[in-house]
Design a protein around this ligand. Structure first.
Ligand SMILES: [Zn+2]
Length: 89
């Protein structure tokens, strides 16, 4: 399921979107932090930290099972919920 669908609602936030958002923000944030560190610019490094924190924080709100609403493991994207064993999709 790669590629993005144009015109999709932004409010259509589910655990999968949340997971990829965390991944993207994490990678971008670390890169920005590295750039900030290499160029010695604290403000740039700060933006990177905000990206990483934002990516992690939004998971607390959106990254949970659509069935039982419990938080999913953050390291992997599971195919079935480890708590209620229902398939995630
Ligand atoms: Zn569940």
């Amino acid at each position: 399921m790669s590629g993005r669908t144009a015109g999709k609602k932004v409010s259509d936030m589910n655990y999968k979107t949340s997971y990829y958002l965390m991944r993207v923000l994490g990678i971008v944030g670390i890169l920005v932090m590295l750039i900030g560190g290499l160029t010695n610019q604290l403000a740039v490094g700060g933006i990177g930290i905000i990206c990483v924190l934002g990516g992690t924080l939004q998971m607390n709100f959106f990254y949970h099972c659509p069935h039982c609403k419990r938080d999913l493991p953050k390291r992997t994207l599971p195919k079935t919920c480890p708590f209620c064993k229902k398939p995630l999709n």
